[in-house]
Design a protein around this ligand. Structure first.
Ligand code: GDP
Length: 654
């Protein structure tokens, strides 16, 4: 539902935020500031209430004026300035600013504005849906389980340091399947494979490494249900192991550790477990909740236990899909084949994919000519939960892209072309991801204020120093949430950029640089990279960005005081208070308090302010002026007027 901030709604209606806030308070919305946003129903209710109140005030004013005209009161001696003010008022039709007609016009305008907001929101949503895959679509189906639902296998990704045995493990697992062994092993794979354990299956993504894992996530597709972190028993936790751990943690995916190469004489399982502790992975046998399985991918030792543990972890999640639902699949891999054209391995997430289906996938489309299962066997259909290779797409597509079905090839082409066009436009427009300077501009537009950070430094010491400084900064404020989604040591790389895309973060680097290719990747993805050599400077920038993200605080300030010298009556206005400003300044539109014998007799808006012939916005002491408010007619000579304004107070973190 579209939302609008109180001050901008008030501005549209030609009202003070305070007046609108008073109406909102009557509707039960008390803890609001001019910067608070209200939904359109609330806005409409408040405007209607104000319209009613104005109508009543007008009726009362008319009645009072008529009564006054009948009584024909004696005119009092007038001061020169005040007299001129009164005459001036008589000359033209005086309209109180809060007029039902104005409010009605305002209401109509508001309606139009809200309609515009709705249209914009819909267009934005459509853009997002068209250009980027919807993470919700790629996610596991939610909500009540339909009768036609079936259980689906968990999806597992293997991550770890180079040479620790990811490929060997995947090969070994792929070939544990009886059928696979019978056919002499799977040699040609499609990018994903399945392993059967009794009557259950596990799907393995064959592209190992956290780069692929995060790339998928960056595209909005989080397909992994369980991650296997592989650590070589002879080598231990290495930089890429740490990176992998952080990527998995950021994705909030459950993790099983496989300590590999236990066949080697120098293998030291206990040492590896010890190292894992440094990264908050406490093995189960030591009282933690990290499952650790020693394996030898080469000797095929411990693989059954690993599979069993993967099923155990996945069981908690109750994975299901509906073969009858609309088909949604996620691209795992895509390539160009000389004879067959574009190939795409997809994971069918929901619904069923069949030969002959018309599909759209990112900016590509086509009719499915052939489907191949993970063993390379042609199939007619593929139910949800399984990987399948699709032949028939017009183009190669990116990993993480969503595939859906369309009614006709014509429709599919239209959608694909539309997306191509949007992509071009987006490229030209330069995208709009989180950037530090944008955070400041986002003030007043974003409700939730998160500042996600990917942090890289040359040494762990700097990372730790920065993390604790940022945490301290974060603790001082409730409104903004700094989240360090990832920390790492070493030069900035493309995987950091993907991580930033995946978590809508900006990248902070200390004593580290980005190569031209990394900078290019960041520019393509509209990710901001900020590098520093001094922690203080980085903190300062963040502090500034956070200040920009904070809701402004408004404080009321007394700006002027005046004394009522004479009263004038006017058939149109009612009563005019001719005053002398004794201190400061009176401002039209400010909050006005009228004090008589030390008691407050009125509080409302200073609606009209005149100085001789002129309608003025403000007048300074010691001049004379005329003051009127449609809300107050009971003036007396000697009354003191105090004018207050709401002022934005700059926020500081100190
Ligand atoms: P990746 O870079 O993580 O994919 O690692 P690879 O699977 O390519 O393995 C790197 C090297 O370690 C290869 O020479 C493998 O044969 C070897 N290797 C993998 N697993 C084992 C194992 O369990 N025991 C031994 N001794 N060597 C292994």
């Amino acid at each position: 539902m579209a939302e609008i901030r109180i001050f901008s709604l008030a501005r549209q209606l030609g009202l003070q935020s305070k007046a609108l806030m008073a109406a909102l308070a009557e509707l039960g919305l008390e803890d609001v500031t001019p910067a608070s946003a209200v939904d359109e129903d609330t806005a409409r209710a408040a405007v209607e209430l104000l319209a009613e109140q104005a109508q009543e005030a007008r009726k009362a004013a008319q009645a009072a004026a008529e009564a006054q005209a009948e009584a024909a009161p004696q005119q009092q001696q007038k001061g020169e300035a005040a007299e001129a003010v009164a005459e001036e008022w008589e000359e033209e039709e005086y309209e109180p600013p809060v007029h039902p007609a104005e409010l009605e016009a305002g209401l109509a305008e508001l309606e139009q504005h809200l309609q515009r907001l709705r249209v914009e929101a819909q267009a934005e949503q459509a853009d997002r849906e068209a250009v980027k895959p919807l993470p919700e679509l790629a996610a596991r189906p939610q909500g009540p389980r339909p009768e036609t639902a079936i259980e689906v296998p968990p999806v597992v990704t293997v991550l770890g340091h180079v040479d620790h045995g990811k490929t060997t493990l995947l090969d070994a697992l792929r070939n544990t399947d009886v059928i696979a062994t019978e056919s002499g092993g799977i040699t040609q794979h499609i990018g994903a494979s399945e392993v059967a354990v009794d009557d259950k299956h596990i799907v393995f993504i064959d592209t190992p490494g956290h780069e692929a894992f995060t790339q998928m996530r960056a595209r909005g597709a989080q397909v992994t249900d369980v991650a296997v972190l592989i650590v070589a028993a002879d080598d231990g936790v290495m930089p890429q192991t740490v990176e992998a751990i952080n990527h998995v943690k950021a994705a909030e995916v459950p993790l099983v550790v496989a300590i590999n190469k236990i066949d080697l004489p120098e293998a030291d399982i206990e040492r590896i477990k010890q190292q894992l502790l440094d990264h908050e992975l406490v093995p189960e046998e030591w009282g933690g909740d990290t499952i650790v399985v020693p394996v030898s991918a080469l000797q095929r030792e411990g693989l059954d236990e690993l599979l069993e543990m993967l099923l155990l972890v996945a069981e908690v999640e109750e994975l299901w899909a509906d073969p009858e639902a609309d088909m949604v699949a996620v691209v795992i891999e895509s390539s160009l084949d000389e004879s067959e054209g574009a190939l795409a391995t997809v994971l069918v997430r929901n619904g069923t994919l069949s030969v002959g289906d018309v599909v759209v996938c990112g900016t590509a489309c086509g009719r499915v000519r052939r489907l191949r299962d993970w063993r390379g066997k042609s199939v007619k259909t593929m139910p949800p939960g399984h990987p399948v290779e699709v032949i028939g797409l017009s183009d190669v597509v990116e990993a993480g892209e969503i595939m859906q079905t369309a009614a006709t090839l014509k429709e599919a082409r239209q959608i694909a072309e539309q997306r191509q066009e949007q992509q071009r436009e987006q490229k030209l427009a330069g995208g709009a991801r989180r950037q530090l300077r944008h955070l400041y501009q986002e003030l007043g537009t974003e409700e939730v204020k998160d500042l996600n950070i990917v942090l890289k430094a040359d040494v762990w010491g700097s990372v730790e120093a920065m993390v604790s400084s940022l945490e301290q900064l974060n603790e001082r404020l409730d409104e903004v949430d700094i989240e360090i989604v990832y920390t790492g040591v070493g030069e900035l790389n493309e995987s950091d950029v993907m991580m930033a895309v995946a978590s809508d973060a900006l990248i902070l680097g200390f004593h580290v640089d980005a190569t031209a290719s990394v900078e290019q990747a960041a520019a393509d993805e509209h990710i901001e990279i900020r590098t520093y050599d001094v922690i203080y400077e980085a903190l300062n920038d963040i502090r500034k960005a956070m200040l920009g993200m904070l809701e402004p605080i408004y404080e009321e300030r007394l700006v002027g005081e005046a004394q009522v010298l004479h009263l004038f009556s006017s058939s149109r206005v009612g009563v005019i208070a001719g005053c002398r400003i004794t201190d400061g300044q009176l401002r039209r539109g400010s909050r006005m308090v009228v004090v008589r014998d030390s008691e407050q007799v009125f509080e409302g808006t200073l609606e009209s302010l005149r100085h001789f012939d002129n309608d003025v916005a403000s007048i300074d002491a010691p001049q004379e002026c005329g003051v009127a408010s449609s809300e107050f007619r009971d003036w007396q000579e000697g009354d003191i007027i105090r004018a207050y304004v709401q002022e934005e107070v700059p926020r500081t973190l100190e």
